[in-house]
Design a protein around this ligand. Sequence first.
Ligand code: EZ4
Ligand code: CO
Length: 469
Amino acid sequence: MHKPLSNISQMGRRGFLGLAGVAALSDSLLSRKRVVRALLAKDTLAENTGSSAGSSRGLPPLKITDVRVIVTCPDRNYVLVKVLTSEPGLYGVGDATLNGRELAVAADLEQHISPLLVDRDPEKIEDTWQYLYRGPYWRGGPVQMTALAGIDSALWDIKGKRANMPVYQLLGGRTRAGALAYTHASGRNFGEVEDVARRALERGFKCVRAQVAIPGLEGTYGTPGNKTPEAAAGRVANMAELPQTELFEPAPYLRVVPRLFEYLRAKLGPEVELLHDCHEKLDPIQAARLAHDLEPYHLFFLEDCLRPEYKESFRLIREHSTTPLAMGELFNSLWDCVPLIKEQLIDYIRCDLGHIGGITAARKVAALAELFQVRTAWHGPGDIGPPTHAANVHVDISIPNFGIQEMVFFPDVTREVISGGPEFKDGHMNVSDLPGLGCDVNEEAAKKYPYRRAYLPTARRKDGSVQDW
Ligand code: EZ4
Ligand code: CO
């Protein structure tokens, strides 16, 4: 049904206020009052954005009946979203994990977002995205964008299940057989990094991100400190109740990293693709020097050199080096991506689908990037849940300008709670042809692993001042 939208605008503010207090009403006022009630109640006008009949022929209209938020710690903390619908057995699963601020996202979902969604049509993904992004007036930020990503993934999951298609089909269908993946190799010294990299190559990987401990700075991001690489695999069990503080100094880091890649190139040969993550630790001229010094070793890319606020500083790095650059895991706004892409200051945009607003946001980033010959490299660490990894790969295999996909293997205990998700084979990630995203959550199993407060580490310089981790 199409309600007369024009009544509302004609009424204007005076009419609106006047009507609210009127007791005796004429026929025409009665119909106006209905519109006013609609405005005063909830987002009823959403039903006016088009037919609310089921989009798939012959299916009845669908409504969201409940949004369940599951906070669980199967090896590390995850926030999962389950959007239930009026069709028996039809629900969507999303991931809304923000490492170290999980409960803020869970509260946002439970207290603020869930009441807005009940009774809405889950098939209106774009409308829901716009409503949750612009509707609260206070837009953006990692907490809200992570919550929005969780809902967005769940809605794409529902749409896929309803259409009986994997999400990548809804996004336009396959453009490639699989998503080229990279894994992490880290060690206490060059030899240990080489060993871990070789094991990855034996497992089928073609691309390896290498990080090494810097003497005197044990525990630098991505390195195992003085533990073995296995023991240091950043799980919650290894984390303190309060953040651990690591030490960072740029001078030794900038000396050691080019030597690591000189060593790895010599040992592993020219074909393996090598990557390195600076984890937003460097100042612009330091990043420029590192990118320059790494040139002879032909990295696939140098990841996240600068703090996310300093987009224009990428120009300086570009002026000094042909090392390909990737950036974006800390972005939580679509608009963060715009200057880097449109000025071709980077080669890979690597947003985190779980923190920038889900598939709905990612497909816009990817489309913008395509127009400027920038490729994608979505963030794929262990501290975002399998539904986000699934979302990554559904997008990867359906866009023309995919670059590479960061990935992890989830331990059995995580998979007991969250099943499905992408699979690794021959250096590539792929998703099954299950309808939707292809993940499920076992709520009973989740209860066995209650949330445990945990923080990411922090970093300081030797003089005690704060340093980006
Ligand atoms: O440190 O996801 O490229 N991957 C990364 C990750 C991030 C974590 C932070 O929560 O940089 O390991
Ligand atoms: Co990174």
